[in-house]
Design a protein around this ligand. Structure first.
Ligand SMILES: Cc1ncc(COP(=O)(O)O)c(C=O)c1O
Length: 382
């Protein structure tokens, strides 16, 4: 008699980012905030939004923070505030979430791409300078995965090139709580934009975003622009849009802001476990400059492309979710064919896209899970 083979129980699925444990960790505080908002009868542009804006401005050490509907609109609103539109070039990197680019196209400007340094994954003063043209009106460095671009260095290079006319806008959507030389990402330029999409280090339970700015006048104008352009309840002097951070998201974000530094510290502990072993398995870690304290929004080391694909498949077979940021280098996206970029144009970007593998990392991830990922990578590394 043959005994039917037992099917092994499916390995528990380990997500690259699991949002539920964070809700459980702060459930009482979050539900109290949600009840307070729902019971207030005021759901947009009221006390919770104002309180969160003040708290986040204070956290960043900037004069003003303006909540808006999402991180994409945050970028396009700043570019519009700067007076940019058709005929203008905005220089950024394609190694970013696609919305950085969509926001530039949204205002009718043309995205122009600088390469990244394949070690830090960041725009550098040299890669920026190589892509700058007479039509460049703004540069948008992206603090990718939480590593912080050298904004002061970019500014100094612009000055050195006699291009003080070019605005610098930090895309800090992935860099809540990251620092460079002690200063928080989002406080390094005149304008910085944030996303509070649920997976961000400071994330709500829906869409949200905002703009840090040094100039209170600019903040006041952004506050009008996000609300159709009303200067008071009856009068519009400049037509705006509808892009508001709602009261529910603001109240939830205010709760999570109190825990942001602790959550980021936990990410650093877990990242250190990976960092201690992965180089011996043939991975190059994202290089974090000595002056940067990253928030490890994404932990994506890089290896040879064929190894990457094999390890990603091995993880999937063991029930472990990984991801590739960004599987299609955005300068080669079909939708951007009209920009005329070709494979090989941006070797730094293409190298990281070909070899990067984002591994599970979020504050509540048990250390045992990190060890399990490492063990699987070790087994399949040869
Ligand atoms: C670097 C970067 N910029 C912009 C955005 C856009 O933010 P949102 O999804 O809130 O529109 C995101 C998030 O997706 C991002 O990661």
């Amino acid at each position: 008699m043959t005994v039917p083979a037992m099917t092994a129980p499916a390995a528990p699925q380990m997500r690259r980012v699991d949002l539920e444990p964070q809700f459980r960790a702060y459930e009482d505080e979050i539900l109290a905030a949600v009840r307070r908002v729902l019971g207030s009868g005021r759901y947009t542009l009221a006390d919770e939004g104002a309180a969160f804006e003040a708290a986040f401005a204070e956290y960043l050490g900037v004069p003003a923070f303006v909540g808006v509907g999402d991180g994409t609109r945050a970028i396009s609103m700043v570019l519009r505030l700067l007076g940019l539109g058709p005929g203008d070039e905005v220089l950024t990197v394609p190694f970013t979430a696609f919305p950085t680019i969509a926001a530039i196209l949204d205002i009718g400007a043309e995205p122009v791409f600088a390469d990244i340094d394949p070690d830090s994954y960041l725009m550098t003063p040299d890669t920026m300078a190589a892509a700058l043209t007479a039509r460049t009106r703004a540069v948008v460095p992206v603090h990718i995965f939480g590593n912080v671009a050298d904004v002061a260095g970019l500014q100094a290079r612009l000055v050195g090139l006699g291009r003080e006319d070019v605005a610098l806008v930090e895309d800090a959507a992935q860099a809540h709580g990251s620092r460079r030389n002690g200063a928080l990402a989002g406080s390094l330029a005149d304008f910085a934009t944030f996303s509070f999409y649920p997976t961000k280090n400071l994330g709500g339970y829906g869409d949200g975003g905002g703009i840090a700015c040094r100039d209170p006048e600019a903040a006041a104008r952004l506050r009008r622009l996000r609300n159709y352009g009303f200067v008071d309840k009856d009068t519009v002097t400049e037509v705006g849009i509808n892009s508001r951070l709602d009261e529910l998201q603001a109240a939830i974000l205010a709760v999570k802001l109190r825990h942001l530094d602790a959550m980021n510290a936990r990410r650093r502990v877990l990242a250190a476990l990976y960092a201690a072993t992965l180089p011996a398995l043939g991975f190059a870690l994202q290089a974090i400059p000595r002056e940067v304290e990253t928030n490890w929004h994404v932990f994506e080391p890089r290896t040879a492309p064929e190894t990457r694909d094999r390890l990603a498949a091995a993880c999937a077979a063991e029930g472990i979710q990984t991801n590739v940021y960004y599987a299609v280098p955005h300068h080669l996206q079909p939708a951007l064919a009209h920009l005329g970029y070709r494979p090989g144009d941006l070797p730094g970007v293409e190298a990281v896209c070909a070899g990067g593998l984002a591994l599970p990392l979020y504050p509540e991830l048990p250390e045992a899970d990190v060890h399990r990922v490492i063990e699987i990578l070790r087994r399949h590394a040869e």
